[in-house]
Design a protein around this ligand. Structure first.
Ligand code: PHE
Length: 344
């Protein structure tokens, strides 16, 4: 029968066409060409109407067989394509679990920030809040309202980067005191600490840096005494340098505090016996402090007959240098990771 030959030809043509199939779409086109509504097989089917009723069953069976074989060929090709796709995908996505893992390097907090946080924690625990102020400051707040008028000789102690006659890079964190006092407009109580960067026109060397970090503390209330300051200083000294530290206050001078003190801690290296660390005195100077000068209270609207306060200012680099025996202040600012990583 003619149809058998046509089937063989069709199958041969399909096998030939399959060698050109690349995408699933190509395969769908091929399938449509033979098995679709207007496809080759459909054409054979429609040829049935030209046959006698006797011829039809056998013919129909042949066409059906042909249809199934074509379908099988195409479907098995589709299966092969799919298997190949999956195999490729698996091969591409294979994970070699024996490869060493990729380590993600962890950063660490800069030592200066660690110490700031340590001091903040301590003071927050005592009811203080943390305050910040601008690094570009007015002469008015950095000096004048701190009882350092324009011609005051004590200004020389803080070599200043001036931006204009009235604007400067703050030389200490004390202007935040003035800002806070003014904000509170004569009202009590004030209990703040202010960490931040400060700037002085110093030549950089092992012990000097034109930028460094201070933490200021300020308390203003009724009945605040030097004893409160002393207790606070002792708490700070013990937190930073060990529970068996003692402190010693020496008279000093700051225009914005009266009386002013220089604070020493007992040497944590030799415990007072004398060693190179404390220059054989048994004591190490750590910070300056004092009772807020009446002139500062008055200038910011506080009744000096009712309110007192104390203030302290501590250099963070100095604390770190003492605590960890760092010999060059520049190590804090050069960002050598070998230095920074030591304090994880
Ligand atoms: N502001 C002073 C300084 O930088 C330190 C200080 C602060 C002293 C508060 C007394 C009270 O030198």
């Amino acid at each position: 029968m003619e149809i058998k030959k046509q089937l063989e030809q069709a199958l041969a043509a399909i096998h030939e066409a399959l060698t050109q199939v690349v995408t699933p779409n190509d395969l769908a086109d091929l399938k449509a060409k033979y098995l679709g509504k207007k496809g080759v097989v459909a054409e054979w089917m429609s040829a049935m109407k030209n046959l006698t009723p006797e011829e039809r069953p056998a013919f129909g069976q042949l066409v059906n067989e042909a249809k199934n074989r074509i379908n099988d060929v195409i479907e098995s090709f589709r299966q092969k394509m799919e298997d190949r796709r999956v195999a490729e995908k698996l091969a591409n996505e294979a994970v070699d679990v024996t490869l060493p893992g990729r380590t993600i390097p962890m950063g660490s907090k800069h030592l200066i920030n660690q110490i700031i946080e340590e001091v903040e924690d301590l003071f927050i625990g005592m009811g203080y809040t943390v305050k910040e102020g601008p690094e570009i400051e007015q002469d008015l707040y950095n000096f004048e309202m701190l009882n350092l008028p324009k011609s005051h000789p004590a200004r020389d102690m803080q070599a200043t980067f001036y931006i204009t006659d009235e604007l400067l890079l703050r030389t200490h964190t004390s202007p935040v005191q003035v800002r806070t006092l003014l904000e509170n407009g004569g009202k009590k109580p004030i209990k703040i600490i202010c960490p931040g960067k400060v700037y002085r026109r110093d030549e950089d060397d092992m012990t000097h840096s034109h930028q460094f970090t201070q933490i200021e503390a300020l308390v203003v209330d009724e009945y605040v005494t030097l004893a409160d300051l002393k207790g606070t200083l002792l708490t700070l000294a013990r937190k930073m340098f060990g529970d068996d530290r003692q402190i010693r206050l020496r008279p000093s001078y700051f225009p914005f505090t009266e009386p002013s003190v220089e604070v020493d801690i007992s040497c944590y290296q030799c415990h007072g016996k004398g060693c190179p660390m404390c220059k054989h005195t048994g004591w190490i100077e750590i910070l300056g402090a004092g009772m807020v000068n009446n002139a500062v209270l008055e200038a910011t609207g506080y009744d000096k007959t009712k309110y007192q306060g104390f203030a302290l200012g501590v250099g963070v680099e100095r604390l770190a240098i003492l605590k960890y025996g760092i010999d060059d202040i520049r190590a804090f600012f050069t960002n050598d990771l070998r230095f920074n990583r030591q304090f994880k």
